[in-house]
Design a protein around this ligand. Structure first.
Ligand SMILES: [Zn+2]
Length: 102
């Protein structure tokens, strides 16, 4: 099933509103953890900190692991991240911890 662009935008706006209001992951409802970003001149992140879903049971995370593995890069993942400084939410590249790899 593919969402049309308008529906996709609305779904994204709902996820952002949810993350903002509850500081919880809209996919797994787990509390987001504040993550302080190290200052880095080449970082694409302008924020000092973001909120990130650290759950390995998160459907978003699991879907990312599956998709990246299908693309031929096992060990990669995406986590849901909410950036209050930009009023933005989306994927952040992550690594699968070695202990949870098959
Ligand atoms: Zn989650």
């Amino acid at each position: 099933m593919t969402l049309d662009p308008k529906a996709a935008r609305e779904a994204r706006a709902r996820r952002l509103a949810y993350a903002k209001e509850h500081l919880r992951c809209p996919y797994c409802k787990r509390k987001l953890e504040r993550w302080d970003l190290p200052p880095h001149p080449f970082s694409t992140w302008s924020a000092e900190y973001v909120y990130i879903c650290t759950s390995e049971e998160c459907s978003y995370y699991k879907e990312g692991v599956k998709r990246i593995a299908e693309q031929g890069t096992p060990g990669g993942a995406y986590r849901f991240v909410y950036d209050p400084s930009r009023d933005w939410c989306g994927p952040m590249a992550a690594r699968v911890p070695p202990r949870s790899r098959d």
